[in-house]
Write a protein that binds this ligand. Structure first.
Ligand SMILES: Cc1cc2nc3c(=O)[nH]c(=O)nc-3n(C[C@H](O)[C@H](O)[C@H](O)COP(=O)(O)O)c2cc1C
Length: 160
């Protein structure tokens, strides 16, 4: 029998996959290159050990602050190949959705929940920024709207 793989309804190479095991990263937030602020996507950066078993990629996650307040986040794990073609430091970078404020210096806990896509090298900062917007929208849908059902599933009508 011939089967056809359905195209992902998500744009920008996203194919959200729920993680089946807990992946928690704890660490101190370090000052980054400050490029994220210029791109309009500030991030909290945690340096990862080279032997960390986490796979490089982009994730939807919860970022837990020291007061235990959880924030939905779009997270990158990798070496920023767009800016460091070789030998970039291996980082976890979390963009907290809807957060404005300073995170540098705090001890954070990041709970990775969905894998969204692999790390890529983009041709320009603008191209990267367009993709970051799609990543953030996808993380927001998955974490804030609870969108885990197939995209064509009809919502159950509420009875009044
Ligand atoms: C959700 C998300 C996805 C990212 N994906 C990539 C990527 O695919 N390729 C890449 O080179 N950098 C990626 N980055 C990292 C950005 O390049 C980085 O955040 C930006 O350069 C700012 O760096 P800074 O925090 O040191 O200022 C991603 C960052 C986030 C928050």
């Amino acid at each position: 029998m011939r089967t056809t793989k359905l195209a992902s309804p998500w744009e920008g190479g996203l194919d959200p996959t729920p993680l089946t095991h807990n992946h928690v990263v704890r660490g101190r937030v370090e000052a980054g290159d400050q490029r994220g602020r210029q791109l309009g996507v500030p991030t909290a950066n945690i340096v990862l050990r080279d032997d960390s078993p986490l796979a490089d990629g982009v994730y939807a996650a919860l970022y837990i602050r020291p007061d235990r307040a959880p924030w939905p986040a779009a997270v990158s794990v990798g070496r920023r190949p767009t800016f460091y073609p070789t030998d970039g430091p291996r980082l976890l970078e979390a963009h907290l959705i809807g957060f404005t404020g300073e995170l540098t210096g705090e001890e954070a806990e990041v709970l990775l929940l969905w894998y969204l896509r692999p790390q890529r090298s983009f041709g320009s900062a603008e191209e990267l920024t367009r993709q970051l917007r799609r990543d953030i929208d996808a993380a927001s849908l998955l974490l804030c709207e609870g969108l885990s059902a197939p995209p064509d599933a009809s919502p159950t009508p509420h009875s009044s």
